[in-house]
Design a protein around this ligand. Structure first.
Ligand SMILES: Cc1cc2nc3c(=O)[nH]c(=O)nc-3n(C[C@H](O)[C@H](O)[C@H](O)COP(=O)(O)OP(=O)(O)OC[C@H]3O[C@@H](n4cnc5c(N)ncnc54)[C@H](O)[C@@H]3O)c2cc1C
Length: 414
């Protein structure tokens, strides 16, 4: 096999391991990882017999055929995964459960809410709303006042912890459904359910959750664990990391750390911009909860700070301890154990606390110039043989499959 280049990859998360797998047959590839096991954000533990997704609750699917083909070359779909339909719901503050997406299930609203929602639809159809300039205007214009007030505003304010007028529209592209009034009315008359939408199903490992995916992706790679890379030195013909020479480096860590780590390439022009990049963290809480049929439960209630229950116990029987249902419950940013337990007393399905994990970087916030700014950094570093890849290296709202797709695109360029 021709060994084209010696490539260092920083980070054994999904991005780093995916590109390492794509490059390893034609290059000499070494992956450096600061933790003692692979996975980054998709790592899972076992706690009291329950599978604990330390961040969120990861399921897999993709819109990209090349990613799907690549993925199923590494995994046995039938033997190792289950395929499930999404079955999400919104738990309203009055205790009512409304199927997701909420705008298609007016028949499950209270009478009063249904009437005001019908009024909204009529006025939205009559007055085409003006082009929105921020997230709040988008939600009000697209879904009407009632759903904005009862669901979209309180739910999104819990996640983003800011006024929705401060969330720029550039953040939306490709992330949110954009139904027209006609579609909302049609879906309501027709009782169109979530599982009838394209990409409303997902794959989930029968055992081990997303840690199973990470462990498999790590197979056959030269990964140096417990290697926190705090210095990468640019040399005449490449890079030196831990005293070892490499032709190229692919950085899959957090771009905020880059100016500190890189020596020999002047990144000072980007430092202020990098410092202003914003992100949220997530506190993920593992709980035993009451049995229910849902995959995700969204919670707009202002009575507590949690925004979502991910019913991981419904994704695979092996996730539960002796059949007892478990789930992860998400809070934006850091919240103490005491506050978690206090909040859980007001969350539906009687959650019982088992464990929690706080990850400081989970949701990158894309301001209007973020993408352009990151691409100027990339142009500067790529000309020196240093490439950025991954959710926080590129400050992109990547899911696992999109991270794999980005790895595909970069490996093709390399
Ligand atoms: C709450 C939540 C729920 C999600 N749910 C889903 C889902 O259901 N489905 C889905 O497809 N995606 C989901 N995602 C997205 C998914 O987690 C990411 O797409 C994916 O984990 C990104 O992987 P990454 O490799 O880019 O980053 P990371 O996972 O952050 O990996 C970076 C790795 O680099 C290492 N590292 C960093 N700096 C250094 C250094 N200097 N030296 C050595 N090592 C370093 C880190 O330790 C880490 O292992 C979710 C994300 C969140 C936050």
């Amino acid at each position: 096999m021709i060994q084209n280049n010696k490539i260092a990859i920083i980070g054994a998360g999904v991005s780093g391991m995916s590109i390492a797998q794509m490059l390893k047959d034609t290059n000499e590839v070494v992956v450096f990882e600061r933790e003692d096991r692979p996975g980054g954000m998709v790592k899972c533990d076992r706690v009291n017999g329950h599978l604990f997704h330390r961040t969120g609750g990861h399921v897999f699917n993709t819109k990209r055929q090349d990613v799907l083909d690549w993925f199923w070359k590494r995994f046995n779909c039938e033997e190792e995964f289950t395929k499930a339909d999404r079955n999400s719901a919104v738990s309203m503050p009055d205790g009512r459960i409304v199927a997701y997406p909420i705008e298609n299930h007016a028949y499950q609203f209270s009478d009063e809410m249904m009437k005001t929602f019908i009024g909204d639809l009529i006025s939205m159809a009559a007055n085409k709303s003006k082009e929105p300039t921020n997230f709040e205007e988008f939600l009000r214009g697209r879904f009407g006042e009632t759903l904005y007030r009862e669901y979209f505003q309180p739910y999104n304010e819990k996640i983003w912890r800011r006024s929705l007028t401060d969330v720029p529209l550039s953040w939306l592209a490709g992330k949110l459904p954009m139904p027209t009034v006609d579609e909302i009315i049609y879906n309501n008359f027709k009782h169109v359910e979530e599982k009838q939408f394209v990409h409303s199903s997902f794959y989930y490992p029968k055992n081990g959750g997303s840690q199973f995916i990470a462990d498999r992706l790590s197979e056959g790679l030269d990964i140096r664990y417990n290697s926190d890379i705090y210095s990468m030195v640019k040399k005449e013909n490449g890079w030196s990391i831990c005293g070892v020479a490499f032709d190229k480096v692919i950085f899959c860590g957090n771009v905020k750390e880059l100016p500190k780590i890189v020596e020999g390439v002047d990144l000072s022009a980007y430092k202020d911009g990098i410092d202003t990049l914003e992100a949220h963290g997530t506190t993920t809480v593992l709980c035993e909860i009451d049995d229910n049929p849902y995959s995700w439960i969204y919670m707009p209630s202002r009575a507590h700070q949690a925004h979502r229950i991910i019913c991981t116990g419904n994704f695979a029987g092996s996730n539960r301890n002796n059949g007892v249902m478990s789930a992860t419950i998400e809070f934006t940013d850091e919240i103490s154990k005491e506050d978690i337990i206090d909040n859980l007393s007001r969350v539906p399905y009687s959650p019982k606390y088992l464990a929690h994990n706080y990850a400081p970087y989970t949701y990158p916030i894309q301001a209007s110039g973020t993408r352009e700014f990151i691409s100027t950094i990339k142009s500067a570093t790529e000309s020196q043989g240093l490439y950025l890849l991954g959710r926080f290296a590129e400050w992109e709202y990547y899911n696992m499959d999109v991270a794999m797709g980005a790895a595909f695109d970069l490996s093709a360029r390399l």
